[in-house]
Design a protein around this ligand. Structure first.
Ligand code: NAD
Length: 482
């Protein structure tokens, strides 16, 4: 269904990049064998270096994003791509000593005597991170925070669709880390295929569901465990009491972040038919007041490339041809800068391309519903998304939507915020992803949660060995009597 596969347009081979990848991979495997359990102090040192690297490169990060997207707001680059990663380091560093501790588990003294049972988080080893173009630094370096916190070595492969960001990320890694701790490689499809075919101790991929499937197949050849952060259609559901200026501000504010090129953006909005015209008026007023020149505004992020711009314009042409009303707000398409205005699409049907695919752009279809039941069924007829966003003041409505839908995360009276909170795990479910990063769950994701028993004395464990005699009979009788 998703259609994000990009052919690398450059006539180069990835041979050198693949050779560099293999060299870094071997060096990291060796380093891991030499020191499989780095101390808290050495992990904190690497995390500190990562945070400093983000802050030191703040202006270069802004410039690289602007170069790749044509235009990219500097404050947003600061907040998410730079300070967001540094903040993630802070949260993890503050909690790491606690997370690394053994976790005692109960063990039956009648059978096991004085034995101890506990879990000891252990580094997995060498972990790969395949990052997308839409949040190159946030998703390139963010998961590396938890990978390093868990004591791993890490290799990053940034996306070939954001070459300026990719080049900067390679430079940042090269000048900050020893390659046996953290390395980065860049290239096209051949490199990408070689990357996911290595015998990683864990592999993380962020991108479309379609490519995610190929990554999972490649990883399965080596039984490599994966974290897949994929896509989907995240709905915003406005309940009968939910249409307020604040709700409109949250939905439109979220959808305009990176011009909708965000995995947790609002893909479409559901509302009662009676609310539709008022919603349209409120959106138009919001743009007129805050962003009248939205299309050419400095805070409008450009579409990543011509192909994606054409894909989005194609969705609009298809919707018009199938009877939708398309409202263009805040200017016109500017091809030279790949700026798009904002679009509301009314009278949508399920056969339209924009309802069959994840939109990933500044187009918001409005789907109307007759009852909350039908709205919930509509959400559930799609694959499980990364987020469901509910707008209502009614506890009963909120609980009903939360209880009857399944998604990676959810927000009440907001959208996408669940992805921004460092203490919350982030990930998908079903076709929107496997596994979690961020926070403690991210630490666990990249750790081997090793179960350990230390035998003591006064136990009956030998009853489990042949020949089975009186002690085994007594144990069985005791268990049956309970
Ligand atoms: P994409 O999946 O199209 O990725 C393209 C990349 O995959 C390219 O680098 C390409 O070289 C590589 N590739 C293509 N085929 C391959 C194969 N068979 N084997 C190995 N590599 C292959 O995605 P994209 O365009 O980079 O990103 C957009 C998608 O990412 C959207 O669906 C979005 O929702 C999703 N996304 C998800 C999250 C999340 O956290 N869940 C975050 C950001 C983006």
């Amino acid at each position: 269904m998703m259609n994000f596969i990009e052919r690398d347009p450059r006539p180069h081979s990835d041979e050198l990049a693949i050779a560099n990848l293999k060299q870094a991979f071997s060096a990291q495997k060796k380093d891991f064998l030499d020191n499989p359990t780095p101390s808290l102090a050495s992990r904190l040192e690497l995390l500190g270096a990562l945070a400093t690297m983000m802050l030191d490169n703040r202006y270069k990060i802004q410039q690289a994003l602007a170069a790749d997207f044509g235009s990219h707001p500097t404050q947003f680059a600061d907040m998410v791509e730079c300070l967001g990663v540094a903040g993630r380091v802070q949260y993890v560093a503050d909690n790491l000593a606690e997370w690394m501790k053994q976790q005692a588990r109960p063990i039956e003294p009648a059978l096991y005597g004085t034995a101890k049972a506990y879990i000891q988080p252990q580094p997995k080893g060498v972990v790969g991170n395949m990052a997308p173009w839409n949040f190159p630094f946030d998703i390139g370096f963010g998961p590396i925070v938890e990978m390093l916190a868990a004591g791993n070595r890490a290799i990053l492969k940034p996306s070939d669709l954001a070459p300026a960001c990719s080049e900067l990320m390679l430079e940042m890694v090269r000048t900050t880390f020893a390659p046996e701790h953290v390395a980065a490689v860049a290239g096209g499809l051949d490199l990408s295929k070689a990357f996911c075919s290595l015998e990683w101790d864990h592999l993380m991929y962020t991108g479309s569901t379609q490519v995610g499937r190929s990554i999972a197949v490649a990883a399965a050849q080596n039984l490599v465990p994966v974290t897949l952060e994929l896509g989907g259609k995240c709905p915003a559901l406005i309940a009968a009491d939910g249409l307020t200026p604040a709700a409109v501000e949250q939905i439109i504010g979220c959808k305009t972040i990176k011009s909708g090129q965000m995995c947790v953006t609002v893909d479409y909005v559901l509302m009662p038919m009676a609310a539709r015209d008022r919603f349209v008026e409120m959106v138009q007023k919001l743009f007129a007041n805050n962003l009248p020149d939205y299309s050419c505004h400095k805070d409008n992020t450009g579409i990543i490339n011509e192909r994606h711009l054409d894909r989005l314009l194609g969705y609009l042409a298809d919707a018009r041809a199938k009877g939708a009303t398309v409202l263009e707000i805040g200017g016109e398409v500017e091809r030279s800068t790949r700026h798009m205005p904002f679009y509301l699409v009314l009278d949508v049907t399920n056969d339209m391309e924009l309802m069959r695919n994840e939109i990933f752009g500044p187009i918001l279809p409005i789907v109307t519903y007759e009852s909350l039941d039908k709205a919930i069924s509509y959400i559930n007829h799609y694959e499980r998304p990364l987020g469901v966003y509910i707008f209502s003041e009614s506890r009963q409505v909120i609980d009903q939507v939360l209880d009857r839908t399944v998604s990676g995360g959810a927000c009440v009276n907001s959208a996408a915020l669940h992805a921004a909170v460092p203490s919350l795990p982030f990930g998908g479910v079903g076709k929107s992803g496997i596994g979690r990063h961020h926070g403690y769950e991210g630490f666990i994701e990249f750790s081997n949660m090793r179960s350990i028993v230390e035998r003591g004395s006064k136990d009956l464990v030998n009853a489990m060995f042949a020949p089975y005699g009186e002690t085994a009979n007594a144990l069985i009788a005791g268990a049956l009597a309970q």
